[in-house]
Design a protein. Structure first.
Length: 300
């Protein structure tokens, strides 16, 4: 047998193997259905048997899947699928119905930035807030009115929300910001103690400029930080001064009343500096409406 005959013989074996593999794959009803939908002849499809088997496996997962958390495919929320292009097959990942719904429902997140906050705040909504406590009603009503009336042009005051640990202060404001994000308004939520600890990171200046100018800002857990003259006078004071001058709506949550916050801000390694602390609190009063919420600890 010469070299040409050997080559032809090998090609025949390859054809036979491709034929067998394809016929074997057709025993899988999902594979058969996908192959049929392409409307391509067998002589073309048998060249893609292994890829079509991969498609069938992923599509089979989709047929049994009930939600995005159950996804077994290589890329969560996506399925490997063939498309016909000029008589040949191309393969690409397509989003599944659950992923499309998730993307639609979380599209608002592009309008809100979270800095060192729990991921659960991204799911906060007005519908899910805890309402079975009358001590929360005043704050809930205030937030509802704010949501109804807010525009960037109204120069609306924010809220200084004080109260006991774990009563849901941050969650309430996050729910408000998420609802406003769905309307296209941009906002940011930052956990103040951790934000200050990152003051010497390379990207801090960029973050600081963003939170200084964002239309809606929540400074969460102010009063829980270690006060220094520098972070009070060089970070917090200019931030509040700028937002006050520009009429940018600012919210605060704290375990401290405004009077207690002033005492907290007055104490630093430099000693007691009541005047500087008073200036900070006066700016907070210019920016906000103070409300107190004493409620059950929802973290227990």
């Amino acid at each position: 047998m010469n070299a040409l005959e050997k080559e032809l013989n090998q090609k025949d074996f390859v054809k036979i193997d491709l034929e067998k593999e394809y016929e074997e794959a057709l025993k899988n009803p999902v594979f058969k259905e996908i192959a049929k939908k392409t409307k391509l002849p067998k002589k073309e499809l048998k060249n893609y048997t292994s890829l079509l088997e991969e498609v069938a496996a992923e599509y089979g997962h989709c047929l049994e899947c009930k939600n995005i958390r159950e996804c077994q495919n290589r890329i969560r929320g996506h399925v490997y699928f063939p498309t016909v292009h000029q008589g040949h097959l191309d393969f690409e990942y397509k989003t599944c119905r659950y992923q499309e719904k998730l993307e639609k429902n979380t599209k608002y997140l592009k309008n809100i930035k979270y800095f060192n906050t729990p991921r659960t705040l991204q799911d906060a909504s007005m519908e899910s807030i805890y309402k079975n406590d009358k001590s929360r009603f005043e704050v809930i009503l205030w937030i509802g009115e704010f949501l109804k009336n807010y525009t960037e042009e109204t120069n609306q005051k924010g809220l200084y929300l004080s109260g006991n640990f774990g009563c849901g202060k941050t969650y309430l404001v996050a729910a408000l910001f998420n609802e406003l994000a769905k309307k296209g308004y941009q906002s940011a939520i930052l956990f103040w103690p951790e934000f200050l600890r990152q003051a010497f990171y390379d990207d801090f200046k960029e973050k600081y400029e963003y939170v200084k100018k964002v239309p809606l800002l929540l400074i969460d857990d102010i009063g829980a930080e270690n006060v220094t003259a520098w972070n009070r006078d060089e970070i917090l004071c200019p931030l509040l001064q700028y937002r006050m001058e520009e009429g940018l709506t600012t919210f605060f949550t704290s375990n401290l009343s405004l009077n207690d916050l002033e005492e907290h801000l007055a104490s630093s390694k430099a000693g007691v500096e009541s005047i500087k602390a008073g200036r900070i609190v006066s700016r907070i009063k210019q920016l906000t409406v103070p409300l107190e919420m004493i409620s059950k600890n929802l973290r227990k």
